[in-house]
Design a protein around this ligand. Sequence first.
Ligand SMILES: Nc1ncnc2c1ncn2[C@@H]1O[C@H](COP(=O)(O)OP(=O)(O)OP(=O)(O)O)[C@@H](O)[C@H]1O
Ligand SMILES: [Mg+2]
Length: 236
Amino acid sequence: MAELIKVKALKKEYKMGKITVPALNGVDITINEGEFVAIMGPSGSGKSTLMHILGCLDTPTAGFYSLENEEVSNMKKSKLAAIRNKQIGFVFQTFNLLPHMNVQKNVELPLMYGGYSKRKRSRMAKKVLSEVGLSERLKHKPSELSGGQRQRVAIARAIVNDPAIILADEPTGNLDTNSGNDILGIFSELHAQGHTIIIVTHDSYVAKRADKVINIVDGLIQEIEETQKTDATAGN
Ligand SMILES: Nc1ncnc2c1ncn2[C@@H]1O[C@H](COP(=O)(O)OP(=O)(O)OP(=O)(O)O)[C@@H](O)[C@H]1O
Ligand SMILES: [Mg+2]
């Protein structure tokens, strides 16, 4: 399997005036194309910080990060934004939808930078919204949806560009068990379609289904558990 993400000695410190807050203290990770990876660890251990760097939403203080064999650790913000738009879909715990835009417009947003025609954008958004079961809600505002439906809109927005990697930071954290399970089902489906999925979760049920579980404590990888796959299930 091809190496998609390679991280070495990754460090992140947040500067707050005179105080420096260490969040990642030297992290090494390799993630292959098509893997389903779960990231677990206590609150404040650096999971979101790591996800933001992997998702090119933030840059490390030190260390190396390459994405599809291209070093991104030292890239400028504008270049990172372009990579993010093309290769990464990000799903947040709190959905992060734009409240004044309807469902379809929210999903079309990442396509605004791709030079697609209005008609093409509309078609692409409707297609992914039907995949997450929301064809009947195109003109609703986020406030007119349930939590589970909002998260499905956020997933549709994350996948509309067909990114290789989907990152989800506790995507079921604000949902009840049933809606949460629906959302996890969508991630399984996306994984089966060949997307690489990296998900922060506290749910051991999800972790059991992952190819790789990365346990992070105090900004350090404590353990990486890899599921041994048989030939019959490898490389799906
Ligand atoms: N923007 C920021 N400025 C300063 N410190 C920050 C910032 N974001 C995170 N931190 C600090 O970095 C450390 C790691 O935070 P992070 O959000 O990555 O943890 P987490 O594992 O995602 O926690 P949780 O499970 O609660 O979401 C914490 O000590 C936190 O206080
Ligand atoms: Mg977090």
